[in-house]
Design a protein around this ligand. Structure first.
Ligand SMILES: O=C(O)CCC(=O)C(=O)O
Ligand SMILES: [Fe+2]
Length: 330
């Protein structure tokens, strides 16, 4: 496996010459052997600053105030989820993190919402505790979602599909934005009490379920990627966005693009908290995830059967402990 996470220029793919465009496709294809790539972008800095500022204001509220933004019945797909709930499929120790999830609402009569209400819950945002946050969160969501749609065009070319292959697949998809606060590790013992078991980390090793994930900014190091059985720090260049691949893309590409395994751990000696906002780009739930013909060859025969995106997501939500009526880890 190639072991380097490369830095590419999405804008050169969109605006450059044929040779520049090919160089970006080539760089992305090589880098995604690790499941990760860094890219330049055109998301305005002040949008990131404003969103992160308001999110910090939210997470600094009292636990009771944050609970106002909880959305019972949504299985963590919108609103606030408290500390020590989400648990990586590979682990039985919940993550030391709290989070706020949101997505842009679609019309209630839209067939996607009628057929897949679980994927399109009515949005719960903390407007009551942080006035003005709703508009910023939705603007942030739409801006990053558009960046992901554009980045998928590079990937489409890289796998020999038409560059617009993913456009329809993600239009009105249940793409989810998630703000995460990881408290200082020193606070964990207090939270767990005397019976607490060791072994919790900020986020245990996992691969994301979706197509690709964008990570525009974090406030401290901690994200690590598994490359050739070693954990390496993911440190994007200044102003770079991290993109990582998920299990749905691995299935669609017949394993040609593996999903990126990652975890979030506090660096030894680091005593602070960490904030990050990530966005999971999802295909529409009715998408049948079957390997594309360009990725199935005599040397690489079809490895995966087909499954709908809705069913694939349902299975993972159970595995990661977000199904409220069936928590695997209490
Ligand atoms: O906080 C990060 O940098 C990554 C978070 C993550 O991997 C996730 O929420 O799936
Ligand atoms: Fe992740």
């Amino acid at each position: 496996m190639s072991d380097e996470i490369l830095d590419v220029d999405l804008l050169a793919f969109e605006q450059g010459s044929g040779a520049q465009r090919r160089a970006v496709v080539d760089g992305v294809t090589r880098s995604l052997a690790t499941g990760f790539v860094y890219t330049s972008h055109d998301v305005p800095d002040d949008l990131l600053d404003t969103a992160y500022g308001l999110l910090r204001e939210f997470f600094e509220k009292t636990p009771d105030e944050k609970q106002i933004a909880a959305a019972p019945g949504s299985n963590g797909q919108t609103g606030y989820t408290g500390l020590l709930v989400e648990t990586a499929a590979s682990s039985d120790k919940p993550d030391w993190k709290e989070m706020l999830n949101w997505a842009t609402p679609i019309a209630s009569g839209h067939p996607l919402k009628r057929n897949y209400p679980g994927s399109y819950p009515d949005q719960v945002v903390p407007e009551a505790v942080v006035p003005g946050i709703t508009e910023v969160l939705y603007r942030f969501h739409d801006t990053i979602a558009d960046l992901q749609r554009r980045f998928l065009r590079v990937i489409a070319e890289g796998i020999g599909c038409h560059e617009t292959f993913f456009d329809d697949m993600v239009k009105d998809g249940p793409t989810l934005t998630r703000a995460i606060r990881y408290p200082a590790m020193s606070e964990l013992d207090v939270a767990l009490g005397a019976d607490g078991e060791p072994g919790h980390v900020w986020a245990a090793a996992h691969a994301d379920i979706n197509l690709i994930t964008a990570l525009p900014r974090s406030t401290a190091p901690g994200l690590q990627v598994q490359v050739n059985d070693e954990w390496v720090d993911a440190i994007p260049p200044d102003d770079g966005v991290i993109i990582n691949t998920g299990l749905m893309l691995e299935r669609l590409t017949n394993g040609t693009i593996p999903s990126g395994w990652h975890r979030v751990v506090a660096a030894p000696g680091y005593e602070g908290e960490r904030y990050s906002v990530v966005q999971f780009c999802h295909p529409r739930p009715w998408t049948v995830l079957a390997p594309v013909p360009t990725c199935c060859t005599p040397e690489s025969p079809q490895r995966y059967s087909a499954i709908t995106a809705a069913d694939a997501l349902d299975e993972v939500l159970y595995e990661i402990n977000l199904v409220e009526a069936a928590r695997r880890v209490q």
